[in-house]
Ligand binder design. Sequence first.
Ligand code: ADP
Length: 173
Amino acid sequence: MDKQVIRIIKGDITEQEVEAIVNAANSSLLGGGGVDGAIHNAAGTKLLEECRTLNGCATGEAKITQGYDLPAKWVIHTVGPVWHGGNSDEDRMLARCYRNCLKLAAERGIKTIAFPSISTGAYHFPIQRAAEIAMNEVISFLNDRPVFDRIVFVCFNDDTFSSSNRVLNERIK
Ligand code: ADP
């Protein structure tokens, strides 16, 4: 695997110049707070109109829409698990989010994609544990199907940024 494909940055996902950004949505897909609110604000009301046609999304699944006013052409909406202490299938569900987003992007021929730290805001998934799952899924997908030019982890705060860097440095020596 070419390690240059994976990037970790501190920033706002709505500003990323990639083909697709991932939204950490809720199961209604009708908008919310955090990164979901930021993406809807930046994309404009047409995004909500398209989301209304999708009939929601189950935890661990992913659905794609256009990006409208965003620099990104596409938004891949996924629904992360709510953290209930770790014994409610949270790890497996979070892994499925990353895998299903990558799968959907690959099917569409998307080569550049940016992820937020899914579930670690309002859904309270522990940051370091989430970073490990995210990195594992991205690395194993790339090992299997090296179809991406760039996969960006967009970290909104210092904790997420340092955890992600720590995990990547451990995985790629
Ligand atoms: P969830 O409900 O899945 O936990 P949140 O949006 O509450 O989703 O939080 C997920 C992560 O997204 C958190 O690390 C939060 O700080 C981050 N975040 C919030 N706004 C943005 C943004 N504009 N760009 C990137 N990440 C963001």
